[in-house]
Ligand binder design. Structure first.
Ligand SMILES: NC(=O)c1ccc[n+]([C@@H]2O[C@H](COP(=O)([O-])OP(=O)(O)OC[C@H]3O[C@@H](n4cnc5c(N)ncnc54)[C@H](OP(=O)(O)O)[C@@H]3O)[C@@H](O)[C@H]2O)c1
Length: 182
């Protein structure tokens, strides 16, 4: 938990070779299972604020959802629910301070993509991970973290010190779901 009391959960779906998308406009709902999507929307409903990069936001703009959107080109409140910020000189606590007048950031949901994951990892602010591994393989695509070397999705997290809390098989096609903690 950060000084502000914010608790951040990273929810991410990967291919079995550890990629989150085939391209910057490849939304997970085109390849993820219905079971993953149900868990994803559970996390979205539970969050006070979701934090994401510009591409992820633009792939599914939801004006009624509270979002903090990372961008080096756009800054400020673009809608009453959407704060755009360049996070380079900010901390996770700064984000909480900037939205607290609207809704305190207690449960933050990290929605990606890669550089957003990097930023939270650098700040030691990924407290929980909800990882779904879908039984698909992408030839090319975007990694979970920029400096990722291996392709096993679970090792991407356990190699960085996260520990597995639970493991569930979500369906008959082989979708696996893990909860991890930092
Ligand atoms: N499988 C999953 O769970 C999952 C999760 C999330 C996203 N996705 C998919 O991944 C793709 C998008 O991922 P992505 O990695 O291309 O994009 P992204 O992080 O959504 O967007 C990248 C843009 O966000 C801004 N940004 C992100 N981090 C920043 C930082 N630390 N500092 C400043 N600006 C930052 C920059 O915008 P500016 O160019 O404006 O500076 C950057 O060009 C989409 O297909 C999306 O659907 C999948």
């Amino acid at each position: 938990m950060d000084q502000s009391g914010a608790h951040f959960t990273l929810t991410v779906a990967t291919s079995r070779n550890g990629l989150i998308a085939r391209a910057t406009d490849d939304a997970p709902q085109t390849w993820a299972s219905p079971e993953e999507q149900a868990l994803f929307f559970r996390d979205v409903e539970a969050a006070d604020w979701a934090i994401m990069g510009r591409n992820t936001h633009l792939a599914a703009d939801k004006p009624t959802r509270r979002r903090i959107i990372f961008s080096s080109r756009t800054n400020g409140w673009q809608r009453p629910t959407q704060l755009w910020r360049d996070p380079t000189a900010l901390t996770p606590d700064d984000l909480a301070q900037q939205v607290k007048h609207l809704r305190p950031l207690q449960n933050g949901l990290i929605l990606g993509g890669t550089r957003v994951h990097d930023w939270f990892l650098k700040h030691n602010a990924i407290h929980r991970v909800h990882l779904t591994i879908e039984p698909v393989t992408f030839v090319n695509g975007l990694p979970v973290f920029t400096d990722q070397s291996g392709s096993d999705p679970l090792s991407i997290f356990t190699d960085r010190g996260f520990r597995v809390l639970s493991q569930t098989m979500l369906n008959d096609t082989g979708t696996q779901y893990f909860e991890l903690a930092s």
